[in-house]
Design a protein around this ligand. Structure first.
Ligand code: ATP
Length: 249
């Protein structure tokens, strides 16, 4: 079995009497798409927040590439290769897709780019940004203001911006939310193309997308992982069917 890139053990977080993360063990392997599914309020977003460093756990450990990152702040985790894709395109609506991607590239390589003259650093960032946009299928939309992009294109731009950090693990929280069937299919195709480039922990309610994309699926119910395995194994799991998918699916 491949060594885990992200290894979570006994993670716990309570808000008052509510145990939102109740002893989670979870391992994400290098390059895999690992989906985290579960009903509303199961604790998925809180778990992702703990992995990203935004929410401090009460107990348990998170290790990344063998290093204990349980108490590290967000920016230190990012430097180790842990990136979270944010819905970020509304911050500078008049900036173009290319400018957004270039900003992300410069933010990720701050020190490297400060060594260059301003014009050269700008050119290098734009070249890399253009490559990233090509990669997510936005090459032809580089000059379009972010606000004018379609919903699905904005999600693709956010992926390009997260990829600018050259992450080894990307945390993706509901990339299909609010997308129609065509945009959702385009996002599945895009994530399929990116597969293997970095590991992805994918939180998603769109089960069709999850079962198409995921190498493995973990099912979180009431703050606990009740099943983890391949899509086929999870689909066949009696506890999962009872707790989450419903016997009819
Ligand atoms: N800061 C907080 N203070 C108190 N309760 C919280 C806090 N954050 C989350 N919760 C509660 O923890 C539970 C889990 O929330 P969380 O958002 O992690 O679930 P989720 O699985 O992501 O849900 P959804 O699928 O609806 O996004 C919910 O009952 C929520 O109200």
């Amino acid at each position: 079995m491949a060594e885990a890139l992200l290894d979570i053990s006994g993670l716990a977080k309570a808000y008052g009497a509510l145990h939102v993360t109740a002893g989670v063990d979870l391992a994400v392997r290098p390059g895999e798409i690992h989906a985290l599914i579960g009903p509303n309020g199961a604790g998925k977003t809180t778990l992702v927040g703990q992995i990203a460093g935004e929410v401090m756990p009460d107990a348990g450990t998170i290790s990344f590439d063998g290093a204990d990152i349980t108490r590290l702040p967000v920016h230190r985790r990012a430097r180790l290769g842990l990136a979270r894709a944010f819905q970020i395109t509304s911050i500078f609506p008049r900036f173009t897709a290319l400018e957004h991607a270039a900003l992300a590239v410069m933010a990720a390589r701050g020190r490297t780019f400060r060594m260059l003259r301003p014009a050269a650093s700008d050119r290098a960032a734009r070249e890399e940004a253009a490559r990233l946009l090509d990669e997510v299928g936005l090459g032809a939309r580089a000059g379009v203001a972010a606000a004018a992009l379609s919903h699905g294109e904005k999600r693709a731009l956010e992926l390009a911006m997260a990829l600018a950090a050259r992450p080894r693990l990307m945390l993706l929280d509901e990339p299909m939310a609010g997308t129609g069937p065509a945009e959702s299919a385009a996002m599945v195709a895009l994530l399929t193309r990116l597969k293997g480039r970095c590991a992805i922990l994918l939180v998603e309610h769109d089960m069709d997308a999850v079962f198409r994309l995921a190498d493995r699926i973990s099912v979180l119910v009431n703050g606990r992982i009740i099943a983890c395995g391949t899509p086929d194994a999870v689909r066949a799991d009696a506890a999962v069917r009872a707790a989450y998918l419903g016997d009819g699916e």
